[in-house]
Design a protein around this ligand. Structure first.
Ligand code: GTQ
Length: 352
């Protein structure tokens, strides 16, 4: 009898009920369930291409006339996903931006719980310092600033230097775990010679009694020259994967895991004329073209790219690439987080 009455409750009566319970911080799940627990990922994140030479670089250089790196602390134009306006996010979980340092400038030392990657886009001869060691940045290098390490950037070259920043800012925001502090001095003092960590950790050797203190790779610069060599050898020695071409992930030699705990990083080569089969995965991914030209279909969007262009593939949206010239793509996503939580999925071809 009661159940029958409940089934017949008019929607006006239900609406009145929802209003009545709202002041008590209560809400009816049944009105929201299908939007909360979806059959497949439903992301507001949209596919987008940022064309570097035509659209981004001129504006970044204009920013260089408006504010110094010192005043800005980090002179960065955020690559904000058009579906996430005002959220400072390129995907739901990740931040991306392009950082400019002009000759002679310093971006002052600070540290924060957010982890950062740098992928060098333009210019050579700027440095980043992490925990007392400097590394010179060259185009295509992948550089890591682990969580809570002191870091400052400087440009002692004669040309502007630009890199892509990838940070886990939205993940740290989700977890309300942000801490940050400025350094005592603008540039941290150099306490280790350049190349020291590469010698210790990047030659398939580890210091004999060393034990990892943190989940991030102890290698903080993965030079492009070495990654590229690997891709060239792979491309000579075997067939490309139908969905990825020749694709490698950057690794923490102490664990075999991804180089960073929250951000997975990848580099892939696509032979000239090669077209990948559609692929999708739950980790929304940011791609940067490093070499070559090509086009990528992302859902219904078609992006033509060339070196330094950046595009984003939302979670579970099919992506396929075609290289007009032999191409290299760098990419990053939240895959390590999803894998650790048992959430990561992929599908080859168009089926789910
Ligand atoms: O270089 O420390 O793009 O703290 C955003 C926040 C870069 C950095 C960003 C940051 C940094």
């Amino acid at each position: 009898m009661r159940a029958a009455k409940a089934r017949r409750a008019p929607s006006a009566q239900r609406a009145a009920f929802y209003e009545e319970i709202a002041p008590y911080s209560l809400a009816p799940l049944w009105e929201r369930l299908s939007a909360l627990v979806t059959a497949e990922p439903q992301t507001p994140c949209r596919p987008h291409l940022w064309r570097y030479d035509e659209e981004v670089r001129p504006r970044l250089m204009e920013a260089g006339t408006l504010i110094t790196a010192q005043e800005a602390v980090r002179r960065v134009l955020i690559l904000e996903n058009p579906g996430l306006a005002g959220k400072s996010a390129v995907t739901h979980s990740l931040f991306a931006g392009l950082q400019l340092i002009l000759p002679g400038e310093v971006a002052p030392a600070h540290r924060h719980t957010q982890s950062a990657l740098r992928f060098i886009v333009e210019g050579e001869g700027a440095y980043t310092a992490v925990d007392g060691e400097r590394t010179v940045m060259r185009p295509g290098d992948f550089i890591i600033t682990p969580s809570w390490t002191w870091h400052d950037h400087g440009n002692e070259s004669g040309e502007p230097v630009v890199w892509l920043d990838g940070l886990d800012i939205p993940i740290v925001r989700l977890l309300d775990a942000s801490f940050a502090e400025p350094g005592a001095a603008e540039s941290q003092s150099v306490s280790r010679a350049e190349g020291d960590s590469a010698a210790r950790f990047a030659n398939n050797l580890l210091p004999v009694d060393w034990r990892p203190q943190r989940p991030t790779s102890p290698i903080f610069n993965y030079p492009y020259a070495r990654s590229r060599d690997s891709l060239c050898v792979l491309a000579r020695n075997g067939d490309p994967d139908p969905c990825h071409g020749y694709k490698l992930r950057y690794v923490n030699p102490a664990s075999g895991d991804f180089a960073m705990p929250t951000i997975g990083t990848f580099i892939q080569a696509l032979p000239r004329g090669f077209a990948t089969r559609p692929y999708r995965s739950t980790d929304g991914t940011v791609f940067v073209a490093v070499e070559g030209r090509g086009e990528s279909r992302v859902g219904d969007a078609l992006f033509s790219w060339k070196p330094r262009d950046i595009f984003v593939v939302p979670s579970w949206m099919a992506v396929s690439h075609k290289a007009e010239e032999e191409a290299v793509l760098f990419s990053f996503s939240d895959r390590p987080v999803q894998e650790k939580l048992g959430l990561w999925r992929e599908a080859r071809g168009n089926a789910s």
